[in-house]
Design a binder for this molecule. Structure first.
Ligand code: NDP
Length: 285
């Protein structure tokens, strides 16, 4: 197929470039480092963290994973983040989401030093994005834009429809598309006539967590389709939010799942960690 936005291939080449940059930084005595906090036994979270660790290893980024049991208290997490914020050897801090329900996720994320917020989820980083002065851009939305740019997809003036309005994907991606001069429509679970709106999109981004939800009748001929969803079927197979088999026949470009947005997210995390290492170096020099 010649309409695949190959995130896996692109992520590989981005990581190769980062690897070289990291080698050069190391010659200056700077080794980027990432601390990941993982709470509970959520299988998907454990898997994502292992992907992140693997990527760090490949690129020469130091990584530490702090694993906590499900019944960990908010205070314990805040205490660890307080120490990591102060630790000059730590460049990036990432809290794997979701956190258990008894922990105030917002409070925990807010406690991260914005200069170490490689996920870009602190109110400070999100505010910087909103005010057109980004610091760290959330990895998934950043990866989507990188991919569109790499494949020379024209965003300016296009009608981009974002389905999903989460703080980690939908909202920041909508802002990034707007920064690229798209005309953006944001849809969510209360949107009426969703199919009518999606079928008007030149660029359709979907992050809802509903297996094969977007059908070919809901898209415009020749549209660019970005499928962010990750749904694990009972047989363990990973399936996107878009019905790839039918939609891919009508789309100009489409991301596969797996192998589309997922690998780009990891590559962007590596890029943000490198960016953090450089910022830290300036801060403490
Ligand atoms: P959330 O559950 O936080 O948000 C889901 C959003 O989808 C909400 O805004 C919700 O609307 C909307 N929604 C749900 N059902 C419908 C529907 N029937 N019609 C229209 N909108 C709907 O999810 P996330 O944003 O965190 O994640 C979304 C998906 O992306 C998941 O599958 C997740 O695994 C995946 N993901 C993938 C990543 C990657 O690297 N590829 C990274 C992060 C997430 P409302 O606000 O009204 O409730």
């Amino acid at each position: 197929m010649d309409n695949i936005l190959d995130g896996k291939k692109l992520a590989y080449s981005i990581k190769e470039n980062l690897k070289e940059e990291i080698e050069n930084l190391k010659k200056r005595g700077i080794t980027p480092s990432l601390s990941v906090i993982l709470v509970g036994e959520n299988k998907a979270s454990h898997k994502y963290v292992s992907f992140k660790e693997k990527a760090c290893k490949e690129l020469g980024i130091e990584s530490s994973v702090f694993k906590f049991p499900e019944n960990t208290t908010e205070e314990e997490l805040l205490g660890l983040i307080y120490n990591l914020n102060k630790d000059k050897r730590v460049n990036g801090i990432l809290v794997q989401l979701p956190l258990p329900k008894h922990i105030d996720q917002k409070k925990v994320l807010q406690s991260i030093d914005p200069l170490k917020d490689v996920d870009g989820f602190t109110p400070y980083c999100l505010g910087r994005l909103l005010t057109d002065n980004p610091l760290f851009i959330p990895c998934t939305p950043k990866g989507v834009i990188k991919m569109l740019d790499a494949y020379r997809v024209n965003i300016e003036g296009m009608h981009a429809v974002m389905v999903g309005r989460s703080v980690i994907v939908g909202k920041p991606l909508s802002l990034l598309l707007l920064r690229k001069n798209a005309t953006v429509t944001i849809c969510h679970s209360k949107t009426e006539n969703l199919g009518h709106i999606t079928s008007k999109a030149d660029i359709l981004c979907v992050a809802i967590g509903k297996e094969r939800f977007i059908k070919s009748s809901m898209i415009k001929e020749g549209a660019v389709i970005i499928d962010i969803g990750i749904n694990v079927a009972s047989n363990g197979k990973v399936i996107g939010d878009v019905d790839f088999d039918e939609v891919s026949k009508k789309a100009r470009w489409i991301t596969p799942v797996p192998g589309g947005v997922g690998p780009m997210t990891i590559a962007m995390l590596m890029e943000n960690t490198l960016q953090a290492a450089k910022l830290q170096a300036e801060r403490f020099e």
